[in-house]
Ligand binder design. Structure first.
Ligand SMILES: [Zn+2]
Length: 483
């Protein structure tokens, strides 16, 4: 038994390995020796095997003409929907917990996909019919079918999943062999396999996570057909269990976990500090509603610039950011870092993070190299991208002034910079370069923890200066910079 299992497993692993890029039908490789490329159910069987929903026997055959029992059919549907297949007690008197499909059978009862017979039996070894397959699929995929056999047959026909048998009827009482069962299931999951492709993508949703994999089928055995970013808009067609079949604005189709989609877009603009003030000119929202996102540049595989003594920019940036966080935690501000460890979020993920946090200001911390000297701070000057040009400029100036004084650095000034994290953001956003890591005068400071504490305090005070100009009373908060 163990050997058999092992063989089956290695077969499956091999199959999925070969097919990793094979989401288009034509280039799929042959998996089963009795299902050659020309077989009428080749695409469907191959597709299900990719998702480990079906497998072959130990000799590598699929046996397309073999019968399918009701228990086997239920287990396949259970795997399609990612139901809990752990063997357990069921409501049926003839399905004990030792039955290989007991978990899927009970899960299918819980999901109202099967109900068994009135005498509390399920007849697990009975052969599944085409009609039973049609009804189970209608229930599993939530097709409306009026709870009738003819309604189920019509729902299946309308979708191009199956068109009936040679005598023109649906063949409701005929048994559904392995090939037929595979056709039913694969076409229910994947609209591209249907004879009628008219799936309507009719509900708009928004991706709520960064770097979302879109897959060719509804489980992680399926290969990745594309990636989506947080906030991307998709249109949804239908669900296979907890996975949703989507089409993105950029044309990617495939499956994503439904929990990664939201009905409403995430807020795209932080309520910036220039929210309409009260009539007396005081700010309309308290400091405690202000969120500051600090972005320590680089990280992980991306060292950033390499300075003297092989000091890495990513480490200097992170240390200053963590010190800044420690200061801000004593104040009413909400402070969030795009990374708190030696990790590498993509630039777009840093922007997405700030937007999702509804940041009011965004400060990216970097260090320079290239034999220059001094500190400089960037803002982005085209309101076609980030609309907060004036505020970004003001914030850059305040931080720059504080930094050059605190670190006794040459003042390279504030500059317009076409940099992703400040251009693509939707709140006042700046990027500061503390100094040059390959220049001895600058390096000696940035390599010294006391100076990094001063740098953190300087950025913090620059932020306070900015809020003070916005009308907030921040006088009492300056003392934290040096504590
Ligand atoms: Zn950098």
């Amino acid at each position: 038994m163990k050997a058999v299992l092992k063989l089956c497993l290695s077969l499956l692993v091999m199959a999925s390995g070969i097919l990793i890029a094979g989401h288009s039908k034509a280039d799929a490789a042959v998996i089963f020796s009795d299902i050659p490329a020309g077989h009428q159910a080749f695409n469907e069987i191959t597709y299900l095997a990719q998702g480990k929903i079906v497998s072959g026997d130990i000799s590598g055959k699929f046996n397309p003409k073999a019968n399918v029992t009701r228990a086997e059919a239920t287990a396949m549907i259970g795997r399609v929907l990612n139901l809990n297949g752990n063997k357990r007690k069921t409501v049926f008197k003839d399905v004990g917990s030792a039955n290989f499909a007991s978990g899927y059978i009970q899960s299918a009862v819980d999901k109202n996909i099967i109900s068994g017979y009135s005498d509390r039996s399920f007849k697990p070894n009975g052969l599944v019919t085409r009609g039973e397959m049609a009804i189970m699929i209608c229930k599993a995929f939530d097709y409306s079918f009026g709870n009738s056999s003819s309604g189920a047959a019509q729902a299946i026909k309308n979708r191009g999943i199956d068109s009936g048998v040679e005598d023109g009827t649906f063949g409701f009482n005929r048994t559904s062999d392995r090939a037929t069962t595979a056709i039913f299931l694969a076409r229910a999951i994947n609209a591209d396999l249907r004879t009628n492709h008219s799936v309507s993508f009719n509900k708009v949703k928004y991706v709520n996570t960064a770097n979302l994999n879109v897959r060719t089928g509804p489980n992680t055995n399926y290969s990745i057909s594309g990636k989506l970013n947080i906030q991307d808009r998709v249109a949804t067609a239908y669900q296979a269990g907890s996975w949703t079949y989507i089409k993105s604005d950029s044309g990617i189709t495939g499956f994503v976990l439904d929990s990664y989609l939201s009905v409403n877009p995430l807020p795209t603009t932080g309520g910036s500090a220039d929210d309409t003030p009260n009539e007396d000119g005081t700010p309309s929202s308290p400091l405690s509603s202000q969120t500051i996102v600090i972005d320590p540049g680089h990280g992980g595989k991306d060292t950033g610039k390499i300075g003297l003594n092989k000091v890495k920019e990513k480490d200097i940036n992170l240390d200053v950011a963590l010190r800044l966080k420690a200061i801000a935690l004593k104040t009413p501000f909400n402070i969030k870092l795009t990374r708190e460890n030696d990790t590498f979020p993509e630039l777009r993920d840093r922007v997405a993070f700030a937007k999702q946090a509804k940041a009011n200001i965004f400060v990216s911390i970097h260090s320079n190299a290239g034999k220059g000297t001094g500190a400089e701070t960037y803002y982005y000057s085209s309101s076609a991208y980030n609309p907060h040009v004036a505020d970004s400029m003001a914030l850059a100036k305040f931080i720059q002034d504080r930094l050059t004084v605190a670190l006794d650095m040459k003042d390279r000034g504030i500059k317009n910079g076409d940099l992703h994290v400040i251009r693509e953001n939707s709140m006042p956003a700046v990027l500061t370069e503390l100094g040059f890591l390959d220049r001895k005068e600058d390096f000696d400071k940035l390599n010294n923890p006391d100076y990094r504490q001063k740098a953190a305090g300087a950025i913090y005070m620059g932020i306070l200066d900015y809020y003070q100009k916005k009308g907030y009373n921040v006088d009492s908060l300056y003392s934290y910079a040096s504590n």
